[in-house]
Write a protein that binds this ligand. Structure first.
Ligand SMILES: Nc1ncnc2c1ncn2[C@@H]1O[C@H](COP(=O)(O)OP(=O)(O)OP(=O)(O)O)[C@@H](O)[C@H]1O
Length: 623
C-alpha cells in the first residue's frame, strides 16, 4: 500500500487531483456541522445578491437562498449519488462480465447480446427513458446512471475474464476440485479487481457529470433540494443578469470532475507500473542512441565487434545500467559463448547490436557496434532494417512468442525472404523447403503448411533456426535457443548449429547460462556479471582453469554426471540490482576472496593473448 501511495504521489497531477478531491470530500462531510444558513430557506428580498456581500460569501440565488450553503449541500448530494452510481454499475457490470467470460458459450452469448442491446441506445436517451419510466427523483437518476454504465463494465471485465478463464492456474484450480463459485472468487476476481478499480476511478467523474445532467434537465433532484446539476438548471434563466449563480456550481462541477479524472489516471498508472516504464507505449523501431562520449575509433576486429557498449533503461528517475561497457568480437566461422546468471545483461547486449532494445525505456549511452566497417549505432533505421535478418539474424528462446500464431510457418519464411530479396513466391518457397531439409525437419513439404501451434517445441526451434538462416546471414545471435528443450533435442539443435557454421562460415554469438552447451559448441567464452565482462578466453582454458572467482563459483554450481556425490556450492547472496551498482567489483559482496581494495575504483579487464580477467585476486594468473 505504501509503495502504491508513493507511486501515486510521484505523479504531480494525480497528487494535485487527490488534494483537491480530498478537500472537497472533507467539506462535503463536514457540511452539517458548519455554521451555514439553511440551504432551502427563501428570502426574495435578498435575491441575486452578488458574491462577498455581508452574510452571503458567494451571494444568493433567484429566491434569495444562500449560494454557499446550497453549493456545499448540493456537492454532498452530487458526490454521494455519483459515487453510489459508480459502485452499483461496477458491481453489477463486473459480476455480469465475470459470469459471461467465465462460463463462455451460450451463457456468454445470451448475456452479451443483452448488453449489446443496452449499448445500442444513445446513453442519454436510455437514461431519460429510464427516468421517464420510474419518475423524476434523485434515486431514480442514480438507477438510470448506474444502468447506462453497466454495459461499459460488463464488456471490459468480460474481455479480461475470457483470457483468464483459459489460463493454467484456473485449470489447476478446477482439477484440484474447486467449484465454480470458489474459482470465480479466489482465482478470477483477485485478477480482475485492479481493472475494476481502474475502470471505476476513471468513470466516477463521468457519472457525477451524468447525474448533474439529469438534474439539470429537471429529472434528478427535485426542488427545493439542490444538487449541482439542479443549481445550474435553476440558474439558467439568470445566466446574463446574475452569472455568479451559474458560475459557482459550474466551477465546483469542473473541480470535482477534473480532480477525480487526474486522480483516476494516477491510480491507473500506479496500479500498472508498466505504463510508467513505457512498456505499454509503442517502442521506436530502433533503440534510442544517446552517446555521452564519442564513439571509440578502434578499428573493427572480426566480423562483428562490440566496443565498450553501454545500454541503460531510464525508468522515471531510475537508471538501470544493464550493459556497462561490454567489448566482444566474433570471427567468421567462430562460436562465441556469452555466459552469466539471469539478469547479467546478456540479452540486452545481444539486442543492442541491431537496435532491438525497446525505447522507451532503453537507451544506448556509449560505445560502438562495428559490422562491415560501419558503426551500427550511428546507422539510419533503413540501413539497420536492411541488415536485420539479412546480415545479422537472431534465434530466440521461445519461437512460439516470435512466430505469428495465425500464419503458416512456410508463409512466414517466404515473407522473411521476400522482405530482403526480390524473388518470386515459388522461388522463396523452394528456398524455405531447402532450409527445412537443412535443419532436418521430417516431411518438410507438408510442415511448411503447418501453423506454429501444430508443431512440437523442438520442431518450432528448428523453424526458428531455418528462419534465421533464410537470408544466409554472416552472424547469428542465438539467445538461449535450447533452454526450453529436452536434452536429446537440444543435442540435435546444437549439432545442427555446429554443422551450419562449419559449412557456411557463420559466426555465432551463443547466449546461455549452461556450461555444458558452451563446452560442446563454443570456441571462446565471455563471462558476464552485472552488465560487464568479468572473464574471457578460449573455452577449454576458461573451463579448466577459471581465473575470476565468479566463473569458478559458477562452474562449481554445475552437477557432473558420473562425477560421484559431491556438495554443490551455490553462490551466496544475489546479483546486484543494476540501478545501484557498488563501486569497484560488483561481485565483491559475494566473493570469498574480496578485500577492501576490490570495492574501490575501476577494475580493468586485463590479460594476455585471448585470456583476460577483471579481478585483482584472480584464481589463476592469466598474464
Ligand atoms: N525494461 C526494463 N526496464 C528496466 N530494467 C530492465 C528492463 N529490461 C531489462 N532490464 C534489466 O537489465 C538487466 C539485464 O537483463 P537481461 O535480460 O539482458 O539479462 P540476461 O542476462 O539476458 O538474463 P536472462 O538469462 O534471464 O535472460 C537486468 O538487471 C534487468 O532487470
Amino acid at each position: 500500500m505504501t509503495a502504491f501511495l508513493k507511486l501515486l504521489f510521484r505523479n504531480r497531477l494525480a497528487a494535485m487531483g487527490a488534494v483537491v478531491i480530498a478537500s472537497i470530500l472533507v467539506l462535503a462531510i463536514l457540511t452539517p456541522l458548519l455554521p451555514l444558513p439553511e440551504p432551502n430557506v427563501t428570502n426574495t428580498a435578498d435575491r441575486f445578491q452578488r458574491p462577498f456581500t455581508e452574510g452571503h460569501l458567494l451571494g444568493t440565488d433567484h429566491l434569495g437562498r444562500d449560494l454557499l450553503s446550497r453549493l456545499l449541500w448540493g456537492t454532498r448530494l452530487s458526490l454521494a449519488v455519483g459515487i453510489a452510481a459508480a459502485f452499483v454499475a461496477a458491481t453489477i457490470g463486473s459480476a455480469i462480465g465475470i459470469i459471461a467470460g467465465y462460463y463462455g458459450g451460450r451463457t456468454d452469448n445470451l448475456i452479451m447480446r443483452g448488453v449489446d442491446m443496452l449499448m445500442a441506445f444513445p446513453y442519454i436517451l436510455l437514461a431519460l427513458a429510464i427516468v421517464a419510466a420510474l419518475g423524476p427523483g434523485l434515486l431514480n437518476a442514480l438507477i438510470a446512471v448506474a444502468a447506462v454504465n453497466i454495459p461499459f463494465f460488463a464488456r471490459n471485465i468480460r474481455g479480461i475474464t475470457v483470457s483468464l478463464a483459459g489460463r493454467e492456474f484456473v485449470d489447476a484450480a478446477r482439477l484440484a476440485g474447486k467449484g465454480h463459485a470458489s474459482i470465480i472468487l479466489t482465482e478470477v476476481l483477485p485478477n480482475v479487481l485492479p481493472v475494476i478499480v481502474i475502470a471505476m476511478s476513471t468513470t466516477v467523474g463521468w457519472m457525477i457529470l451524468e447525474t448533474a445532467g439529469l438534474s439539470f434537465l429537471g429529472l434528478g433532484s427535485q426542488p427545493p433540494q439542490a444538487d449541482l446539476g439542479s443549481m445550474l438548471g435553476e440558474a439558467r434563466a439568470a445566466l446574463i443578469t446574475a452569472p455568479h449563480t451559474s458560475v459557482v456550481p459550474g466551477i465546483m462541477i469542473f473541480l470535482i470532475v477534473m480532480s477525480v479524472n487526474l486522480l483516476g489516471d494516477g491510480v491507473r498508472d500506479a496500479l500498472d507500473p508498466r505504463l510508467k516504464s513505457g512498456a505499454l507505449s509503442r517502442p521506436r523501431a530502433i533503440t534510442q542512441v544517446d552517446r555521452t562520449s564519442p564513439a571509440p575509433a578502434t578499428p573493427q576486429k572480426g566480423v562483428l565487434d562490440l566496443q565498450e557498449l553501454e545500454t541503460q533503461f531510464h525508468v522515471g528517475p531510475r537508471v538501470y545500467r544493464a550493459v556497462g561497457g561490454v567489448s566482444l568480437h566474433v570471427e567468421p566461422g567462430e562460436c562465441l559463448g556469452v555466459i552469466g546468471e539471469s539478469g547479467s545483461g546478456k540479452s540486452v547486449t545481444a539486442l543492442s547490436v541491431m537496435g532491438l532494445v525497446a525505447s522507451p525505456p532503453g537507451v544506448i549511452t556509449g560505445g560502438a557496434v562495428k559490422f562491415g566497417g560501419e558503426d551500427l549505432l550511428g546507422a539510419s533505421y533503413e540501413s539497420l532494417r536492411r541488415k536485420r535478418g539479412d546480415k545479422v539474424a537472431y534465434i530466440f528462446q521461445d519461437p512460439l512468442a516470435t512466430l505469428h500464431p495465425l500464419y503458416k510457418v512456410g508463409d512466414q519464411m517466404i515473407e522473411a525472404i521476400q522482405s530482403h530479396h526480390k524473388v518470386s513466391k515459388s522461388k522463396a518457397r523452394a528456398r524455405a523447403l531447402e532450409l527445412f531439409e537443412a535443419v532436418r525437419i521430417p516431411n518438410p513439404t507438408s510442415r511448411l503448411d503447418n501453423y506454429p501451434h501444430e508443431m512440437s517445441g523442438g520442431m518450432r526451434q528448428r523453424v526458428g533456426i531455418a528462419m534465421a538462416m533464410v537470408n544466409d546471414p554472416e552472424v547469428i545471435i542465438a539467445d538461449e535457443p535450447t533452454t526450453a528443450l529436452d536434452v536429446t533435442v537440444q543435442a540435435q539443435i546444437l549439432a545442427l548449429l555446429d554443422d551450419l557454421r562449419r559449412e557456411r562460415g557463420l559466426a555465432i554469438v551463443f547466449i546461455t547460462h549452461d556450461f555444458g552447451v558452451v563446452a560442446q559448441l563454443c570456441d571462446r567464452i565471455a563471462v558476464m556479471y552485472a552488465g560487464r565482462i568479468v572473464e574471457e578466453g578460449p573455452t577449454a582454458a576458461v573451463l579448466d582453469a577459471p581465473a575470476h572467482p565468479y566463473t569458478a563459483r559458477l562452474i562449481a554450481c554445475v552437477p557432473e554426471l558420473g562425477g560421484g556425490r559431491r556438495r554443490l556450492e551455490a553462490i551466496p547472496g544475489l546479483p546486484p540490482v543494476v540501478d545501484n551498482l557498488p563501486e569497484g567489483c560488483a561481485f565483491a559482496p559475494r566473493c570469498a576472496k574480496a578485500t577492501p581494495d576490490c570495492q574501490r575504483g575501476e577494475i580493468a579487464l586485463e590479460g594476455a593473448g585471448a585470456r583476460a580477467v577483471r579481478c585483482i585476486h584472480p584464481e589463476e594468473a592469466v598474464a
